[in-house]
Design a protein around this ligand. Structure first.
Ligand code: F6R
Length: 621
């Protein structure tokens, strides 16, 4: 996830393009902040002016103060959340082509960049960066040098790309034009007077105009000071109705949601889809983002230990069920802060998987180092590119959830589970536990999850209503079994963290061994009910648990699979989620619990994004 801004104005070359783009980038920094850059089209037709710097936007600001760019008519700017290549000055966007005539910025992932790069290399093109983006610049250059104008070139190039992208480009020969294209990644147009804007999000230009139009899938837009033209990739004109933005700029930064947490909950279909995108090559091999653990080593491991803390550890618990089932390798999940103090049995045949959103959790870093001292290979599943855990691991599989700003983790949790599934599928394939057709089935089942997640989000209003009605309750319990157990733990953690309500998650089978004593008249209990299909005995056992707590006065709120006709007989209220393979169901069943916690905390008037006593990144042991 990166932030993108484009601007074109009618004044003579002026400072406005740079000012507009820098202000837009500042507002888009929530989308990524590991490097930033901008390109300005001046009245010099030989090349565009460009500056870019690793680190936060402030570094780019300093660079511009020390080495000012010339005034211009159009500009594009980018704030990066790295996916291909480390966050360095060179990998920062824009990328130049045709000797600096063309500049390009990109949000997303070009899945077929490898063959395209090979094609360009064969023509003698030299690449400066490790990014997938640079290929697009050179492809555009090829078309422009062949005589096409920039918008035509963009149509031709976009049609050849696979994956997810928002692209903006400028050409020093067309100083009053910015061209954009999109697929599976957002791009919004801002309509001004004698000037027009582009942004990943309206927040990029909301201080200049509140009239916008949204670009559809596979469309190309060209903005000039006089107007905006939208076409499909074949050049057929497309009519798009402008709309009025009624958010204020603060809300706009949160994409119109009241809190970052709410926004991040709604980002989850994209976070899962992005984490899946382009991971498995044509031979079914998992593409790790950085480093390697040789297949030979992975073939010889006899145990996996996941080390993580908090929500990330619950993601590890979910993954354990899947990885063990698919690979038949025993998986342990250990809280990182407990790991090294129990003298764990770890050796060269133990694959350690470190999971962390921030990549900076000190407990996890210390556990990782301990594992490496014992000779264990370490693969990390990390969200923050270039973080300590990513750097110190032997290999990294990045989750692509984008920056998570709310302290309570939501989209990173789903992305961690997704990445761990990919690792499990990869190991199953490598070690011959699954046939290729079984692997394909698992991958296509995973591909269906983002759309199912969207359905959960679209039908969540009853959960919010329930949360508002429980605002004065002092305790909520959560029960789950099998993969529903870590979901119950996560549901309870979310409620504790942001609503400051006593909440406990239990393994449903454990209830009768003690916790049932807590049940009293009116006690709210959430139960994650397993699918009635496949594991019928588990379904009926958890139904029995629902009855047991209900008989003792509990109010029972059940998360069940669509089509589970029995659920409603035993519950005060049922929240249905789409049917999915059992092992993947936590990606859906946890979402109503996140929404419940968010709504209850909001109803109590708490600061949902920055709950008391907590920090986003826990860098002390
Ligand atoms: C809970 C939460 C924490 C983190 C934990 C690990 O909402 O965010 O429990 O999951 O502190 O953090 P990372 O994943 O950054 O290592």
């Amino acid at each position: 996830m990166c932030g993108i801004v484009g601007y074109v104005g009618s004044g003579a070359p002026s400072a406005r393009p740079e000012g507009v783009v820098m202000a837009g980038l500042a507002r888009l920094e929530y989308r990524g902040y590991d490097s930033a850059g901008l390109a300005i089209v001046t009245d010099d037709t030989t090349h565009v002016d460009m500056a870019k710097k690793a680190g936060k936007l402030v570094n780019l600001g300093k660079e511009l103060a020390e080495h000012p760019l010339r005034s211009g008519t159009a500009a594009i700017g980018h704030t990066r959340w790295a996916t291909h290549g480390a966050p360095t000055d060179v990998n920062a966007h824009p990328h130049l082509a045709a000797d600096g005539r063309i500049a390009i910025i990109h949000n997303g992932i070009i899945e077929n960049y490898s063959p395209l790069r090979a094609e360009l290399r064969a023509e003698g093109v030299q690449f400066l960066s490790e990014t997938d983006t640079e290929v697009v610049g050179h492809l555009l250059a090829r078309e422009v040098l062949a005589g096409h104008d920039l918008v035509h070139a963009m149509r031709l190039v976009a049609a050849r790309l696979e994956g997810a992208f928002t692209l903006l480009a400028v050409d020093s020969h067309e100083p009053r034009v910015v061209v954009g294209a999109r697929r599976n990644s957002p791009l919004v147009v801002g309509l001004g007077e004698g000037e027009n804007f582009l942004g990943s999000d309206v927040v990029a230009f909301i201080e200049h105009t509140r009239t916008a139009l949204e670009l559809g899938q596979d469309e190309v837009v060209v903005i000039t000071p006089e107007g905006v033209e939208v076409t499909d990739y074949a050049g057929n004109p497309i009519e798009r109705e402008p709309y009025r933005i009624d958010w204020d700029s603060e809300a706009a930064q949160k994409g119109g949601f009241s809190t970052f947490m709410d926004k991040e909950i709604h980002d989850q279909p994209t976070a899962v889809a992005d984490t899946l995108r382009g991971r498995i090559d044509e031979h079914g091999k998992l593409k790790l983002d950085e480093g390697v653990v040789a297949d030979q080593v992975l073939n010889s491991i006899d145990k996996i230990i996941v080390i993580a803390c908090g929500t990330a550890a619950y993601a590890g618990m979910v993954a354990r069920y899947a990885i063990e089932h698919w690979t038949r390798i025993p998986v342990e999940v250990e809280l990182a802060h407990e790991f090294r103090y129990r003298d764990p049995v770890v050796n060269v045949r133990t694959l350690v998987v470190a999971m962390s959103q921030s990549g900076e959790t000190m407990d996890t870093i210390m556990a990782l180092r301990h594992a490496q001292q014992q000779g264990a290979p370490v693969i990390s599943i990390v969200n923050a590119q270039g973080s300590t855990i990513a750097r110190e691991s032997d290999a990294v599989l990045y989750t692509r959830a984008g920056p998570e700003i709310a302290v309570a983790s939501t989209k990173a949790f789903l992305a961690q589970i997704t990445a761990a599934y990919l690792l499990g599928i990869y190991l199953a394939e490598l070690r011959g536990n699954k046939f290729p057709d079984e692997i394909r089935t698992l991958l296509s089942q995973l591909d269906e999850m983002p759309a199912k997640l969207q359905r959960v989000l679209d039908t969540a209003e009853p959960v919010r209503e329930l949360a508002r009605s429980l605002v004065n309750d002092r305790s909520v319990l959560f029960l789950g079994r099998h993969v529903g157990y870590p979901v119950a733990l996560e549901g309870a953690l979310k409620l504790k963290e942001i609503a400051y309500i006593h909440a406990e998650g239990f393994a449903a089978g454990e209830l009768k061994h003690g916790p049932i004593a807590l049940i009293d008249e009116g006690q709210p209990v959430f139960i994650i009910l397993p699918s009635p299909k496949g594991r019928e005995s588990l379904h009926s056992k958890v139904i029995s648990n629902v009855q047991e707590v209900r008989a003792r006065g509990a109010r029972t709120f059940v998360i069940a699979e669509e089509g589970d006709t029995e659920a409603a007989e035993h519950a005060e209220q049922v929240f249905y989620v789409p049917a999915s393979p059992v092992l993947m169901s936590p990606l859906l069943t946890v979402v109503p619990l996140q929404i419940f916690a968010h709504e209850l905390a909001s109803a109590k008037g708490y600061d949902v994004d920055q709950p008391r006593n907590l920090a986003k990144s826990v860098t002390v042991e």
